[in-house]
Design a protein around this ligand. Structure first.
Ligand code: SF4
Length: 364
């Protein structure tokens, strides 16, 4: 059955939408689109509807992800949004696959940042067999030392490569749809939307969980955004990262885009209501595009990255911890880790209060 709420312009209508979703109905395309087209004065009611669904399936928990750019630049693909693409003139660091020590160092930082998942990301169309073997060896070591969940984003994978990753203990593979099937050719010409679906199928076939999301702000229509959300619901992915484009000077799509924080929040709410039980992550572009409204994104999403993105910096982990705590939410971690974390935050609060109030004595 499909939830097709009629005149969606009152708080009651958005609440009805949440009721329909919670009763197991699927959100219709029309209803999903209405979320993106709603007036800004509907935003709080929309977020409330999204939050009811989020709270039902994910309570107040927030999952943290830590990302390591394992191989940067040097890519022959032409994804227009990417600073690492072949035609990009963005001044980024370029390096081949990091050695085990550097990848282990990233795992340690992920662990210390309270991330539950360590994302190993490499540029390129797809990895060589040698690179896959290297990642597999490091993953085994990480599992032994830190027990982190591992998500690999290595581009297109052949079945035997995917099977090796699974066997080594990789939990999940990220391979974003990035945009709708209709719009895909406008942002990249060196591979197709179908190629992307094939990699997801390959990974599913060997038992890997799927992580796939999109980048909002590439010049797509609202209908395209809805199409991606519905496609991901159809694919039944485990995790959806929603990126908001950070225009990077030198990349093909490096010009500022017309995204405002209210629209970004409606996008997150729409993803929550179309994919109610799926982990939803506010990914790249959170700080730049949601700005002072970042915290509100967590009323729809239940996950986010800590620290930096691939080629752009994020805000400090402590600021993220404070934001989560200010919301009254909890970071998903073991009890011992949570207790330690709260202690760290309390100490940091104390220090910042002291310096604000000029009471240096209480910090000594
Ligand atoms: S998104 Fe990946 S495949 Fe596309 S240009 Fe960037 S690094 Fe290459």
């Amino acid at each position: 059955m499909s939830a097709d709420t009629t005149t969606l312009s009152t708080s009651a209508a958005w609440a009805d939408m949440a009721d329909s979703v919670l009763s197991g109905q699927t959100l219709s395309r029309k209803a999903a689109l209405s979320l993106l087209e709603a007036d800004d004065d509907q935003l709080l009611a929309i977020l409330d509807a999204a939050f009811r669904v989020r709270k039902t399936y994910f309570s107040n928990s927030v999952q943290l992800y830590y990302l390591k750019n394992a191989k940067s630049g040097l890519c022959a693909e032409d994804c227009g949004y990417c600073s690492q693409a072949k035609d990009s003139e963005a001044p980024i660091e370029k390096y081949s696959m990091l050695n085990a020590e550097r990848l282990m160092d990233g795992a340690r930082k992920a662990y210390e940042s309270k991330a539950r998942t360590y994302c190993i990301v490499a540029s390129g169309r797809g990895p060589s067999d040698r690179e896959v073997d290297h990642v597999c060896n490091v993953v085994r070591q990480i599992k032994n030392e830190y027990g982190l969940h591992i998500c690999c984003c290595l581009g297109q994978l052949r079945p035997e490569q995917a099977a090796k990753l699974k066997e080594a203990g990789v939990n999940r593979v990220n391979h974003n749809l990035n945009t709708s099937e209709r719009f895909h050719d406008q942002i990249v010409s060196t591979h197709s939307f179908k190629d992307r679906l094939e990699t997801l199928d390959t990974c599913r076939d060997v038992g890997l969980e799927l992580c796939a999301g999109m980048i909002v702000g590439l010049g797509e229509t609202r209908e395209d955004v809805v199409d991606v959300a519905l496609k991901l619901a159809e694919l039944g992915v485990a995790s959806i990262p929603v990126n908001f484009l950070i225009p990077i000077e030198g990349a093909q799509l490096g010009r500022p885009v017309d995204l405002d924080p209210r629209y970004c929040l409606k996008v997150l709410a729409m993803f929550r209501l179309t994919n109610p039980r799926t982990e939803l992550r506010i990914a790249g572009g959170r700080e730049v595009n949601l700005r002072s409204m970042q915290a509100m994104g967590l009323y729809a999403a239940n996950s986010m990255f800590v620290s930096d993105y691939l080629t752009t910096p994020g805000q400090q982990a402590l600021e993220d911890f404070n934001m989560i705590r200010d919301l009254g939410f909890d970071i998903t971690a073991g009890d011992h880790e949570s207790a330690q974390l709260l202690q760290q935050i309390d100490q940091a609060h104390q220090v910042s209060q002291c310096s604000t109030e000029g009471k240096s004595s209480c910090c000594s």
